[in-house]
Design a protein around this ligand. Structure first.
Ligand SMILES: Nc1ncnc2c1ncn2[C@@H]1O[C@H](COP(=O)(O)OP(=O)(O)OP(=O)(O)O)[C@@H](O)[C@H]1O
Ligand SMILES: [Mg+2]
Length: 236
């Protein structure tokens, strides 16, 4: 589903040049749950922006569902993003003065193919998948706890039924107990609903919730292995 070949990214600021990604190659199959781990500054978010087509690499190749992403125009990429990719960020990015349901319906508002009644139905479905109880759906998003906000953000990422979910430090602003609830939501989306998930984190504990862990250091992949969870399952 995803194929990256020798992706590099170089930023130029004035005379200085920073090589942030120095040749990244990997493939991810449909239905995989992959964590990308690495220390601060190793290039994880830069890579996620490229995978999410929010940014273009300096060189290399990127195929999503067999389609060459680097040959597409910015407009075509915007279309791919709205239809095929769901984003979850550390800082939930919800509209505070809008209800939970409205926040989740938002990505559908621009889609003329989805009728108004259908929007609410899809939002409800996504909220159930993300594990947020129905008694919260008419609250303002600002009235929720951090863990609940992140589940709304996950539901918003799901509502278009994307091929790929990209999450950058989704538990970064949560205490460990709330983080666990959000991680469980990702695990369920992968196991029960078959969503392909890439989760970015700098914490080994968080990464171990995935099936496979890609480790980055200084803009390079230094390891790409099954998680301990997967290894334990294999031994059983
Ligand atoms: N627009 C930019 N211009 C110049 N340098 C940048 C830009 N964006 C990122 N960088 C640099 O690229 C490097 C990698 O940044 P990136 O955000 O990908 O790291 P990260 O692994 O996500 O770190 P963190 O765990 O702290 O989020 C950093 O050294 C950063 O300063
Ligand atoms: Mg980052």
């Amino acid at each position: 589903m995803i194929a990256c070949e020798n992706i590099t990214k170089t930023y130029k600021t004035g005379d200085a040049q920073t090589d942030v990604l120095k040749g990244i190659s990997f493939e991810i199959k449909k239905g995989e749950f992959v964590a990308i781990i690495g220390p601060s500054g190793s290039g994880k978010s830069t890579l996620m922006h490229i995978l999410g087509t929010l940014d273009r690499p300096t060189s290399g190749k990127y195929f999503l569902n067999g389609q060459d992403m680097l040959k597409l125009s910015d407009n075509e990429l915007a279309g791919i993003r709205s239809q095929k990719i769901g984003f979850v960020f550390q800082s939930f990015n919800l509209l505070p003065r809008a209800s939970v349901l409205r926040n989740v319906m938002l990505p559908l508002v621009y889609d003329n193919n989805v009728k108004k009644e259908k929007r609410e139905e899809k939002a409800a479905q996504a909220l159930l998948s993300a594990g947020l109880d129905e008694d919260k759906w008419h609250h303002l998003s600002s009235q929720l706890s951090g863990g609940q906000m992140q589940r709304v953000a996950i539901a918003r990422a799901l509502v278009n039924n994307p091929d790929l979910i990209l999450a950058d430090e989704p538990t970064g602003n949560l205490d460990s107990k709330t983080g666990d609830i959000v991680l469980d939501a990702f695990c369920r989306l992968n196991k029960d609903f078959g969503h392909t998930i890439i989760l970015i984190t700098h914490e080994r504990y968080v990464a171990e919730h995935a099936d496979r862990i890609i480790e980055m250091k200084d803009g390079l992949i230094v390891a790409d292995e099954a998680s301990s969870k997967t290894n334990l399952l294999k031994e059983k």
